[in-house]
Design a binder for this molecule. Structure first.
Ligand code: UT7
Length: 319
């Protein structure tokens, strides 16, 4: 008897404020044309004053519960991936627990920056397969607009805010659910993408990135781990229905498409509308793919992300 973690609900939330590329032209030496051509980004959402990561995560999680026809106390755990928790502690996950009215189970945050959702999903998979939890809400929620240096055109035009959530449930003897997952990190690259603040420096800090270096690692590591995780599941890139990748730059996705030999029309691409929302980008893309009716039962989805650390990972699931 084997248990698999099967997706029962998907939800998302995007803040109301939409910022088009052209808005940056007023304050920076940049252009809509440059941002579109070099990244594929056209617009992004920014949280309102006072709107927090846990506020957005709560809304996304409630939508996932609604789709699954469940209430918060039917859930055993919340695992929330974020690098932009409301406060240093408690975790944003416990704030979501309170926001949902959930009075049982346990909740904690996972911090692996843009790869956070894959890390959270992999943790949930293990807990469900081991019987430690039956139902887990896995959330990616971020307010990266709070980490931007608005004078740095190389970073501040790239990121956005939002949240997405999956409700996973353990099911026995099914061919659906998460089939394989792989996590990796390499701290030798910690200085190519980081925030120059934190508790030890008594500041929030700003995001700093050597974009070209990160780009190179992203194309290589996303395609290599996709291939090896598919192999762990007994599959090859030919078996893939959809790639649902972290959304940082359309050109990264085109590079992965080329290396994996999976055409771009099998990629869910939302970077044009969301920018890079770090740990929220994959669940937001899953919510978009689901809402558009693109995923059919039995489809093989490859979820992959890379970010600060460097930390990266891939999960293969059957929808
Ligand atoms: O989520 C975590 C993972 N993050 C990523 O995957 C991000 C990966 N990196 C990237 O997406 C790209 O490297 C960037 C979009 C960040 C930059 O694109 P690029 O093609 O690698 O540009 P570059 O950094 O090599 O810069 C080329 C030129 C530079 O000017 P000079 O030195 O050639 O005069 C930059 O100053 O483009 C300039 N530039 C800009 N120009 C107009 C950089 N940002 C901008 C901008 N508008 N916003």
């Amino acid at each position: 008897m084997t248990i698999k973690a099967v997706v029962k609900g998907v939800g998302h939330y995007l803040p109301d404020r939409v910022v088009e590329n052209a808005e940056f032209e007023a304050t920076l030496d940049t252009s809509d044309a440059w941002i579109r051509a070099r990244t594929g980004i056209e617009r992004r959402h920014f949280a309102a004053e006072g709107e927090t990561t846990s506020d957005m995560g709560t809304k996304a999680a409630q939508a996932a519960l609604d789709m699954a026809g469940l209430s918060a106390n039917d859930v055993d755990a919340i695992i929330l991936a974020t690098s932009t928790a409301d406060l240093t502690f408690p975790s944003a996950a416990t704030m979501v627990q309170q926001g949902l009215g959930m009075t049982r189970g346990f909740a904690f945050d996972v911090q692996a920056v843009c790869a956070g959702f894959v890390y959270a999903l992999t943790t949930a998979k293990s807990m469900i397969e081991s019987g430690q939890a039956h139902r887990i809400l896995v959330i990616g929620a971020e307010t990266f607009s709070k980490l931007m240096d608005w004078s740095d055109r190389g970073t501040c035009v790239l990121f956005g805010d939002g949240a997405g959530a999956l409700l996973l449930q353990g099911e026995q003897d099914t061919d659906r659910g998460i089939l394989a997952a792989h996590l990796a990190s390499d701290g030798r690259y910690k200085d190519i993408l980081f925030v120059d603040g934190g508790v030890s420096l008594q500041t929030t800090g700003h995001l700093r990135m050597q974009g070209k270096e990160v780009f190179r690692h992203a194309v290589e590591k996303l395609s290599d781990t996709a291939r090896s995780t598919l192999a762990d599941a007994g599959l090859t890139p030919d078996d893939v229905s959809w790639i649902v990748p972290h959304q940082a730059n359309r050109r990264i996705l085109e590079g992965v498409s080329k290396r994996l030999k999976v055409p771009m029309d099998q990629f869910i691409v939302t970077v044009q509308d969301h920018g890079n929302t770090s740990a929220a980008s994959i669940p937001l893309a899953l919510a978009r793919g689901h809402a558009d009716g693109r995923f059919a039962p039995g489809d093989v989805l490859v979820i992959g992300a890379i970010g600060g650390g460097l930390a990266w990972g891939t999960a293969v699931l059957r929808w």
